[in-house]
Design a protein around this ligand. Structure first.
Ligand SMILES: *Cc1c(COP(=O)(O)O)cnc(C)c1O
Length: 230
């Protein structure tokens, strides 16, 4: 029988893990611009973690899925978050991977409902120092993590990066390696600091070779996106 895209991606992840000393790497299915039906199809095959870039789009999709009886999914926000959307994000997501400034830490903490477990957050690092990209500077990571640690309803789980899409894989590998070093450095003394989110459809195996514990894959699972999206 032909393998599904999900089975193929999971097999590639296992292979990359076997080649490095990685043990568990989680697959985040990036469903931006994809329909609720496409999410439901993947969920029916056992995929549980989904990533969305836009709060509004995610909320609409979550509502549609709930109506269809699809539950038990874990939602990660992986797009840039404006402070005025922090309330909705804090209420409707399990993870926010794009925390890159102090103001956002405060806003998320203020709005995370007390009946929910702490919001899992990753600090997004602008690892290639690109003017066009969000994310904090590597030197700011410690300070942001300190602010997160001080909020009881936020939990610092690790770091996230979107390295420059350099055609040269050796250059990308260097960016991944710099993230790995930062991740090890800031994990000292933090019990649940277990997530290094990096690697997408084109380069997730390379990211795993450099310590990624979560890869964010869209195109390889869903096919090309129906519309242009960041
Ligand atoms: C779109 C997106 C992805 C997935 O990209 P693919 O190349 O389709 O796998 C991963 N991470 C972020 C932050 C994205 O915006």
């Amino acid at each position: 029988m032909r393998r599904t895209p999900l089975q193929q991606v999971l097999a590639s992840i296992s292979q990359a893990c076997a080649q490095s000393s990685a043990t568990v790497v989680q697959l985040l299915a990036v469903s931006k611009t994809q329909s609720a039906q496409a999410v439901a199809n993947l969920a029916a095959q056992g995929q549980r973690l989904f990533g969305e870039n836009y709060v509004q789009e995610a909320l609409a999709k979550q509502a549609e899925l709930a109506e269809a009886g699809v539950t038990g999914l874990e939602w990660h926000l992986i797009g840039h978050l404006q402070s005025n959307k922090a309330k909705q994000a804090a209420e409707q997501f399990d993870w926010v991977q794009t925390v890159d400034r102090a103001k956002l830490v405060t806003a998320l903490a203020q709005h995370r409902p007390s009946h929910l477990p702490p919001l899992n957050v990753l600090v997004q690092v602008n690892i290639d120092d690109e003017a066009s990209k969000h994310g904090c500077q590597p030197a700011q990571v410690g300070e942001l993590l300190g602010l997160i640690d001080a909020q009881p309803n936020l939990l610092a789980r690790g770091l996230m990066a979107i390295p420059a899409p350099d055609a040269n894989m050796a250059v990308r590998a260097q960016a991944f390696a710099r993230m790995q070093a930062l991740f090890v450095q800031h994990g000292q003394g933090r019990a649940q600091f277990d997530t290094l989110s990096m690697g997408m459809s084109q380069d997730f195996a390379l990211a795993i070779a450099h310590g990624a514990t979560m890869v964010r894959v869209g195109t390889a699972l869903f096919g090309a996106r129906p519309s242009i999206a960041a």
